[in-house]
Design a protein around this ligand. Structure first.
Ligand code: NDP
Ligand code: OXD
Length: 316
């Protein structure tokens, strides 16, 4: 099989899942593993990467398209020797749906007081807590891209009042939207803030003490809740800990962290009002990822434009 159509796989995912998915993908095309240091990648045209090897681009100088193994591309854009070729991010129904499930689950968990009831269960306490309705809460979604828009739609189905914020204003039926200039007004209305932003120079550290202080106090939950599944680099964790301890925030759900994996002595683990998941809000389904890559390679080889190409200027 010619190595000129080869696709390099450099995914720091569960090996068994990658192997199983490769059994159904890239028929007629040579598949090369970057983890095999003996492998000659010099003629490969495509690479599918998640946290790739540092010298990948030196070993594979003829790449034409780089595919991110996930929706986020911060792990790619900071790579040394990154070639000037299109970077395609992963956009797929499976990824979108999983994220919306996680977002709805977290919003409902705070609405229905899951952290408090879990504590009561551990302490064998039978006490009913007050119960607002979803419609009494405004959920503010920061980032109205593929994931933010689907989450917003599904939160609305559950009855939440939903507002959204993005760099450029969006028109979304039933959702009041704000652009970059409307941030303060947007925050002042949110009882639950959901972060679904990419990590860029502009969004690094955006969730800080000043931002938490602008969220609505005294809503149906009493205190605002912060939920983040975008990137940990967007949250200032020392500010977040302080906000949770001082009651500026009533709770949080965190899937992403400044440093991952979260160290075993991190303060968040033992905060009763914080729900933690290990960067698992929406893991890439590897079979769906490879089918998406196959579709894009077919477009590229047919002379059609690639889809979901990253804008290097904005960084997402
Ligand atoms: P998109 O590129 O489709 O959407 C990004 C959104 O963020 C857009 O609405 C964009 O605004 C907005 N945005 C970007 N920068 C700014 C800014 N400076 N100010 C205001 N708004 C901004 O991305 P996706 O929805 O597909 O994914 C979002 C992120 O979710 C990923 O980048 C990744 O980091 C994270 N993710 C996390 C996962 C997990 O398991 N935890 C899984 C998958 C993704 P505009 O519309 O105006 O361009
Ligand atoms: C992604 C992720 O960006 O899983 O897809 O974080």
């Amino acid at each position: 099989m010619s190595s000129e159509n080869a696709v390099v796989i450099d995914l720091k995912f569960e090996r068994r899942e990658v192997d199983a998915a490769l059994g159904h993908a890239f028929a007629g095309r040579q598949v090369l593993r970057a983890s095999d240091r003996e492998q000659d990648l010099s003629q490969a045209r495509y690479a599918v990467v998640w946290k790739p090897e540092a010298d990948l681009f030196k070993r594979a100088p003829k790449l034409e398209v780089l595919f991110s193994g996930g929706a986020g591309v911060d792990h790619v854009l900071t790579l040394p020797d990154l070639p000037d070729i299109p970077i395609v991010r992963f956009v797929d129904h499976s990824l979108t749906t999983r994220m919306s499930e996680w977002v709805v689950l977290q919003c409902l968990s705070h609405l229905r007081q899951v952290p408090a009831y879990s504590r009561q269960q551990r302490e064998h306490v039978w006490r009913e807590l007050s119960q607002p309705e979803a419609k009494e809460l405004t959920v503010g979604v920061m980032g109205l891209g593929v994931l933010g828009q689907d989450s917003a739609a599904k939160l609305k189905v559950m009855g939440f009042d939903v507002i959204g914020w993005s760099r450029r204003k969006k028109e979304i039926e039933g959702v009041e939207t704000f652009d970059a200039n409307g941030l303060d007004e947007f925050l002042s209305r949110a009882d639950i803030l959901v972060g679904l932003l990419p990590l860029t120079e502009e969004t690094r550290g955006i969730f800080d003490a000043s931002l938490f202080g602008k969220l609505r106090q005294g809503g149906a939950l009493g205190k605002p809740v912060f939920i983040n599944a975008g990137r940990g680099g967007s949250q200032v964790e020392k500010d977040l800990v302080t906000a949770l301890r001082t009651g500026v925030l009533g709770g949080a759900s965190l899937d992403v962290f400044e440093a991952e994996p979260l160290s075993s002595d991190n303060l968040f683990w033992d905060m009763g009002n914080v729900i933690i998941t290990p960067h698992a809000a929406s893991a890439s389904d590897v079979r769906a990822l490879f089918h998406h890559v196959e579709r894009q390679i077919a477009r590229h080889e047919a002379g059609e434009p690639l889809q979901h190409v990253v804008d290097r200027q904005t960084g997402y």
